[in-house]
Design a binder for this molecule. Structure first.
Ligand code: G1P
Length: 230
């Protein structure tokens, strides 16, 4: 049902007509705003892994650095968005940048883990090696890649030759590991509250905390939460 994503960001004449007729101007403005961006879609025809998905976008991206945002990682930073933080590091270094945070030991096997060394710059680490979802005893660190990347276009020719890795999938981590040997790459310990909404607990935490940040929902919702825990 991938079409539903395209439809969500499209204009919806029937819905708009209905809202107009009922004088719901605020909702109408919201719906029109959602459709007011120019999106291009490329479909990955078979689920062959994250690396393969990114390779599908090669012709669209061309010879430019590009950002990757994985939808199941949500990062909250109201003032300095996570991707902007990464773009600033890219603009200062000209190198690929991986958005990372330290995760608890028992979680390292869920992520791409980075072996790195500190640099003179705060929060910026030089990437020496990477491993996709290592066993706890094999993890080189607890610094995990959390779904935000700025990557140089040289990754595409590497992805073209990347064999299926962990889980039988073409892994972005395996290609990044090769890229890190060819050119500088940095891990950036981004500032922000990160939620893994691919996990039930993470999904619930994101839902509750985002609701509590909304002035239109906060007071009533907090009252409700207090009511059910008493
Ligand atoms: C993917 C990547 C992994 C990364 C993670 C972040 O894994 O392969 O390196 O750490 O996203 O969420 P997935 O969660 O899709 O299995």
């Amino acid at each position: 049902n991938k079409r539903s994503i395209e439809d969500h960001f499209d204009y919806s004449p029937e819905l708009e007509q209905n809202l107009r007729e009922h004088g719901k101007d605020d909702l109408l403005a919201m719906v029109r705003d959602i459709g007011n961006i120019n999106l291009h879609y490329i479909r990955q025809k078979e689920p062959k892994g994250l690396g393969h998905a990114i390779l599908c976008a090669k012709a669209f991206v061309g010879n430019e650095p590009f950002a990757v945002l994985l939808g199941d990682d949500v990062v909250y930073n109201d003032e300095y968005p996570c991707l902007k933080q990464l773009m600033d590091v890219y603009n200062n270094t000209g190198a690929s940048v991986l958005g990372c945070q330290t995760v608890p030991q028992e979680k390292v096997s869920s992520y791409g883990i980075v072996a790195s060394e500190a640099t003179d710059a705060e929060r910026i680490y030089k990437v020496n090696d990477m491993v996709e979802k290592p066993a706890v005893e094999e993890a080189p660190s607890r610094l995990a890649v959390l779904g935000r990347y700025v990557i140089t276009p040289e990754i595409f020719s590497i992805l073209e030759h990347t064999e299926p890795g962990r889980g039988g999938e073409i892994q972005l981590t395996d290609a990044l590991k090769v890229l890190a040997k060819e050119q500088a790459m940095y891990a950036y310990d981004f500032v922000g509250r990160r939620y893994d909404v691919g996990d039930k607990q993470g999904y619930l935490e994101a839902t509750v905390e985002y609701a509590l940040r909304r002035p239109d929902l906060k007071d009533k919702f907090l009252e409700y939460l207090k009511g059910i825990v008493e």
